[in-house]
Write a protein that binds this ligand. Structure first.
Ligand code: AMP
Length: 356
């Protein structure tokens, strides 16, 4: 397919901060952005040319949206796969493809997929009743983590099982079909972010090392403090996934690094990722620009890292310190325009660059 010329319109499903930063990048390259969201007053809508507020299942609105834009992408993985399929049936170019979205939406399918691609995962089992949970605990052992198969993110929909007391009644507390995962005693958590263009070219960003608090990413540093072999293995794994899905756009895989240096895949995100926010200032091409380039059929940009970077999320009330953060010359401040600094809500982030 030919490259989308500047002046074209990029459609984004989802109105969150990732959509907002994708919109900034699209605008830099001369595109207009249209947002489709079910949320009133979303961060992405406030910086885009057009917004449609409608349900993700509303085929009529989706078809009309598809006709107004040139290519459609997603900024969160829980867009119903049927939505993306309806858009394609309506004649739209959709990237990444719905197959990758569907696999990433279900933790059991995702881990099964990793295993079929030769990528290690924690031991896991699907559980859809308390009896199945108990059988899975007998097989996998404790500690373990019980997660919902679908719609879990930022540590939501997860129950840690340390003792058999925790197992009793845990399925009822989860309240939805789940997956039991063996607990990994990892040395650190990393993510790899890479993009594949329409021509099949692949570009990798430097590895990110991630720290979570309460299941939510709190800090990323790039580069990750891991061996070259870890980086080679992470690249090889994401390359396999990108190629198997004939993927176009940015993809992220999160791994646990074990003490022998082996990698265990936790999850993938078929999109730009919070751990890649440092690329806005820290790489020659940001993850957001790279995604827009890929889905528009443009050549991928250089991913060279220009400095050692640290990114901190501003969660909830942390964003109220904006005046102090804005006054720090070593800190680049990003705020997402969310009106209400609720606990646990990602309100913005800061990036610190150690220039060489
Ligand atoms: P998730 O929503 O699956 O990414 O989980 C959020 C965070 O919980 C991860 O980034 C890890 O810090 C932790 N976690 C999730 N699964 C496991 C596991 N199997 N073993 C150890 N820690 C885990």
């Amino acid at each position: 397919m030919s490259a989308l010329a500047p002046g074209g319109t990029i459609g984004i499903l989802g109105g969150g901060q990732l959509g907002r930063m994708l919109a900034h990048a699209a605008e830099q390259l001369g595109f207009d952005v249209a947002i489709y969201t079910d949320e009133q007053d979303s961060p992405a809508a406030r910086v885009s040319a057009l917004t449609v507020i409608a349900d993700y299942q509303d085929v009529e609105e989706l078809t009309a949206f598809a006709q107004r834009v040139d290519v459609i992408t997603t900024e969160f993985e829980n867009v119903p796969a049927q939505t993306a399929e309806a858009l394609i049936a309506g004649g739209a170019r959709v990237a990444p493809n719905p197959h990758a979205l569907a696999v990433a939406q279900d933790r059991f399918d995702e881990k099964s997929y990793f295993q079929s691609a030769g990528i290690d995962t924690p031991p896991f089992a699907a559980v859809s009743s308390q009896e199945e949970l108990e059988a899975a605990v007998a097989e996998i052992g404790l500690p373990a983590i019980l997660k919902t198969r679908r719609l879990g993110y930022d540590g939501r929909g997860q129950i840690r099982l340390l003792t058999s007391d925790d197992v009793a009644g845990a399925y009822g507390k989860l309240g939805a079909p789940g997956i039991l995962e063996g607990f990994c005693n990892f040395v650190c958590e990393i993510s790899i972010i890479a993009a594949r263009g329409q021509d099949g070219a692949i570009a990798y960003f430097d590895l990110c090392e991630n720290e979570h608090a309460g299941g939510i990413l709190s800090r990323t540093q790039a580069p990750a403090r891991v061996s070259e072999l870890v980086e080679v293995n992470a690249r090889e794994a994401i390359k396999r996934v990108l190629e198997a899905f004939d993927y176009v756009g940015v993809l992220t895989i999160e791994f646990f690094v074990m003490d022998d240096g082996s990698l265990v895949a936790n999850e993938m995100a078929p999109r730009v990722h919070n751990s890649g926010h440092w690329t806005i200032e820290g790489a020659l091409t940001s993850q957001f620009e790279q995604h827009i380039r890929a889905i528009a059929g443009w050549p991928l940009g250089p991913t060279t890292r220009v400095a050692d970077c640290e990114m901190f999320n501003l969660i909830g009330e942390q964003a109220l310190d904006w005046e102090k953060l804005a006054a720090d010359p070593n800190t680049r401040l990003h705020l997402y325009g969310k009106r209400d600094a609720r606990t646990g809500r990602k309100m913005g982030h800061v990036t610190k660059l150690k220039l060489r």
